[in-house]
Ligand binder design. Sequence first.
Ligand SMILES: [Zn+2]
Length: 182
Amino acid sequence: MQQIVNWYRKFLEGADRELYGRLAKGQAPHTLVVSCSDSRIVPEVIFSANPGELFVLRNVGNICRLDDPSVACAIEYAVNHLKVGSIVVLAHSDCGAVKAVEHKEHLDSRGLIEWLGEECFDGCDLECAIKASGIRQFERVAAHPAVKAAVQEGKLEVGLFFFDLATLCLARYNGRDWEKIC
Ligand SMILES: [Zn+2]
């Protein structure tokens, strides 16, 4: 635990105090990102964002089940109160959550079963299944009444991206296919 304190001290040495002074008065993030808890997927790093720019919901598998209060609450707060202009669902390669869904014997505790037991592995390989899962999560977000209303008013855009760790390629789902962006 001491190491965490040391890392905090290191952060403090280089912290932008002017920025934090502004952020102390409130936040106005432009985007809600729903990403996996995976330690390799850090939305602020890959989208070059400073503190205050992204409202982030991270969970195992970037699952967007609207019957989960933490998912519903994050979406509603971001859309209705923070008035974000974009929601990004971020799927990623080598996702352990999707792997676990393929091998249901890995779901060996109550939390994992409750969280991932109802998810399904669609597609011929892991990448296809991760992308299919991403589409499922994207559709869930898009179906939220607050999201639907804001999109209809032209105030909100919802996107789904796939980030590949090995190549650093980013692809975007266009509603039918995946387009390579970078
Ligand atoms: Zn993952």
